[in-house]
Design a protein around this ligand. Structure first.
Ligand code: C5P
Length: 333
């Protein structure tokens, strides 16, 4: 039998020690690569080049194709949408509570969540990428840089077109198109929808969950920092509620907690990366004069900035994703 110390001389012991150390270092290195955390840029590019040849969908470039920079941020296990079974930790709830100074507690949140699913479908249908399909998406932000862009027909050519808040298309068709398959909103930015458009609610407080339930049933009578429509016209079977845990994931994993919380538009982009295979981004960022205005408004306040959100940081990240071919970014000017 092998007996350490008796049968091996000092030299052999040394060799065994060195080999063991090398094996340990190799395993450690491999584990680090798997988490991608330890990789620096040149190394990231090497890994990306090797693995990105394996395709994950039938588009020319697929969001899910391997890329280390992307994988360091992207976490497919975080469900973008709230379901009755979705859990939230105390820490996640504490973060979410600060967004719009929520006073309610976790129990009240859970109760509001339970009530929501007595009215709306409990499992929005999400599937991962497949080799036999290419789901193309356009996310249309509300930036003034869309004015005069003539992107309309390009936007409408996508399978999924996601618009935001009160964004209108009538009168702006040539620049922004006409198709809307999904509209993201929160109570203060809500508008009526047609019967075929998905209503994607971003809840920022417990009141928002109460609103969506009551706006489709009894009518909402609560108050907020801005007027809220008490009733909404939309297809209740197409309502999807964004998971607060997903919102925190966007803030920490994607923005590394820069800015108080991500803009609705940026959270929508990450959401789109979870449900699409190919993504084109329109209407994000300042116009060519540096103003963060809306395409349908005359500019009243010069030098308009992005408030609690880090518009610049989000913009830089979009540009980085475009450089990596993960998304196509059309800035309008
Ligand atoms: O202004 P609003 O919040 O309705 O716009 C929707 C989203 O469009 C924002 O959350 C932001 O991400 C994006 N946006 C932008 N640049 C602008 C205006 C809006 O990137 N000038």
């Amino acid at each position: 039998m092998f007996m350490w110390g008796k049968k091996l001389n000092t030299r052999a012991k040394l060799v065994v020690l060195i080999v063991s150390a090398a094996c340990f270092a190799a395993i450690w290195r491999f584990a680090s690569c798997l988490s991608f955390e330890a990789l620096e840029e040149p190394e990231m590019d090497k890994w990306t080049e090797t693995w990105s040849k394996i395709k994950s969908c039938s588009c020319a470039t697929c969001i899910s194709d391997f890329n280390v920079f992307f994988m360091k941020r992207y976490n497919r296990t975080v469900n973008p949408f709230l379901t009755p079974l979705e859990d939230i930790t105390k820490e996640e709830f504490k973060w979410w509570k600060t967004l719009q100074r929520e006073n309610g507690d976790l129990k009240q949140f859970m109760e509001a969540k339970k009530r929501v699913f007595t009215t709306f479908p409990s499992k929005p249908y999400i599937t991962g990428p497949r080799l036999d399909r290419c789901r193309t998406c356009a996310v249309v932000g509300n930036s003034g840089n869309l004015k005069g862009s003539k992107y309309g027909s390009q936007i409408d050519a996508h399978d999924i077109v996601i618009r935001m808040n009160k964004a209108m298309t009538t009168g702006y068709e040539e620049d922004v198109g006409t198709k809307t398959t999904h509209r993201v909103m929160y109570p203060e930015s809500a508008i009526d929808l047609d019967n075929n458009t998905h209503l994607v609610l971003f809840p920022f407080k417990i009141l928002d969950l109460q609103w969506i339930t009551e706006a489709f049933t009894t009518g909402f009578r609560g108050q907020s920092y801005a007027p809220i429509i008490p009733k909404i016209k939309a297809n209740k079977n197409l309502v999807m509620i964004v998971n607060p845990v997903f919102m925190k994931y966007v803030h920490t994993s994607w923005l590394f907690s820069v800015g108080r919380y991500p803009s609705t538009g940026f959270m929508t982009l990450v959401l789109a990366m979870h449900i699409c295979d190919e993504l084109k981004i329109f209407g994000f960022g300042a116009d060519k004069n540096g103003n963060w205005n809306h395409y349908w408004e005359e500019l009243k306040i010069k030098n308009l900035k992005t408030g609690v959100h880090s518009g610049r940081h989000e913009y830089d990240l979009i540009q980085k994703l475009a450089k990596l071919n993960k998304v196509t970014f059309l800035r309008g000017w």
